[in-house]
Design a protein around this ligand. Structure first.
Ligand SMILES: NC(=O)c1ccc[n+]([C@@H]2O[C@H](COP(=O)([O-])OP(=O)(O)OC[C@H]3O[C@@H](n4cnc5c(N)ncnc54)[C@H](OP(=O)(O)O)[C@@H]3O)[C@@H](O)[C@H]2O)c1
Length: 326
């Protein structure tokens, strides 16, 4: 597949590394308003808009790595040109933006995928399969602690960071959205959500710490903590308690498995590097590579991507409910 990289900041490096590992695929150019090329590809052809790039070169798909609240603009522009779309997470930051981009891609008949790459981690996939098979019995409780650390320099590195207008919130939508996406993939949308948010360690507009209490129609009680004020940053922890026992994951790896009758499915050979608790850089490109390969297969086979548009929409929707902004 030929990709156009839209946005050339921090995460663009991860895509360039991931695509280099996929035989037959390449990045053919990039889009930047300022003309800044990716740091690792200073000679990459560059245009100010997707439309300008399309009039000069051929490509199959765009990868949107612009700020969160601009993803709908890139998606609708690309869809109008008949290009497939892989957007960075979150899908976007408002229900109306997300509905517009989903409708544009549906109308154009192009695939819309979202980079919630944590879903592709092997232990997460194994747990998801068992959950779908009903292997855990009734789930009573699921507690997610996404307690990360970002320093003030991180928020100062972009005028939009930590603002409602383009980031769409603090740690819940920017960092913990990955873990919340996985939580929703396992358990679906709760009936009731109450939350408390605060700003403690940063000079930013949005929350830098918060906690939510969830109640499901089947009675399950959930908790989600999202933070970038928890120095030095902790591995995301998911604890699940159910009829058959309990399991715990740390950074998507199973660390406790006490489920009656089911052997621990932890994968011990697929080693990946996760420093997300304290850094915005994604050095391990393997999970983005899995998302790109899934997109390519989805396009080829005419099936939905691993992260469907409606699922990605639901993740932002729950976060908006936590924010009291839906
Ligand atoms: N999946 C993951 O693990 C992961 C990790 C990090 C980030 N992300 C996501 O990737 C996206 C980009 O994050 P990043 O850290 O790479 O951001 P970044 O370093 O700030 O880069 C943003 C890019 O967007 C362009 N841009 C276009 N309009 C802009 C505007 N109005 N304000 C600011 N920049 C604008 C900028 O270039 P020009 O100004 O030249 O146009 C720049 O190339 C976000 O959606 C973020 O949530 C995902």
């Amino acid at each position: 597949m030929k990709y156009l990289l839209v946005g050339t900041g921090n995460i663009s490096r991860t895509y360039i590394g991931a695509i280099a590992n996929i035989p037959g695929s390449e990045v053919v150019g990039c889009v930047s308003r300022s003309g800044r090329r990716p740091a690792v590809a200073p000679d990459m052809p560059c245009w100010p808009t997707i439309t300008a790039a399309a009039s000069a070169i051929d490509f199959d798909a765009v990868i949107l790595t612009t700020p969160n609240g601009l993803h709908h603009e890139g998606a609708t522009e690309a869809a109008a040109l008949g290009k497939h779309v892989l957007t960075e997470k979150p899908l976007d930051i408002t229900l109306s933006n997300m509905d517009r981009m989903i409708a544009a891609c549906e109308a154009a008949g192009v695939t819309l995928a979202t980079a919630y790459q944590r879903r592709t981690n092997p232990d997460n996939l194994a747990i998801k399969r068992l959950m779908e098979a009903g292997a855990f019995g009734r789930v009573y409780a699921a507690d997610l602690a996404a307690k990360f650390w970002r320093d003030q320099a991180y928020y100062d590195s972009g005028a939009y960071r930590g603002g409602w207008a383009l980031d769409g919130g603090g740690p819940f939508i920017q960092q913990a959205c990955h873990n919340i996406d996985y939580y929703l993939w396992l358990f679906g949308m709760p009936d009731k959500v109450v939350s408390e948010l605060g700003t403690f360690a940063h000079d930013i507009e949005t929350e830098d710490h918060g906690a939510a209490l969830l109640r499901y129609a089947n009675g399950m009680i959930g908790t989600i903590i999202g933070s970038t004020a928890a120095r030095p940053g902790f591995a995301a922890r998911l604890e699940v308690h159910c009829e058959r026992g309990s399991f715990v994951t740390l950074d998507d790896r199973i660390v406790t498995w006490e489920i009656d009758g089911i052997p621990n499915p932890a994968n011990t050979t697929d080693i990946y590097d996760d420093k997300g608790a304290s850094s915005a850089a994604v050095a391990d490109t393997s999970r983005h590579e899995a998302i790109l390969r899934d997109l390519e297969e989805a396009v080829r086979d005419g099936r939905p991507p691993l992260v469907t548009p409606q699922q990605a929409r639901q993740t932002t929707e729950l976060i908006l409910r936590i924010y009291g902004r839906s």
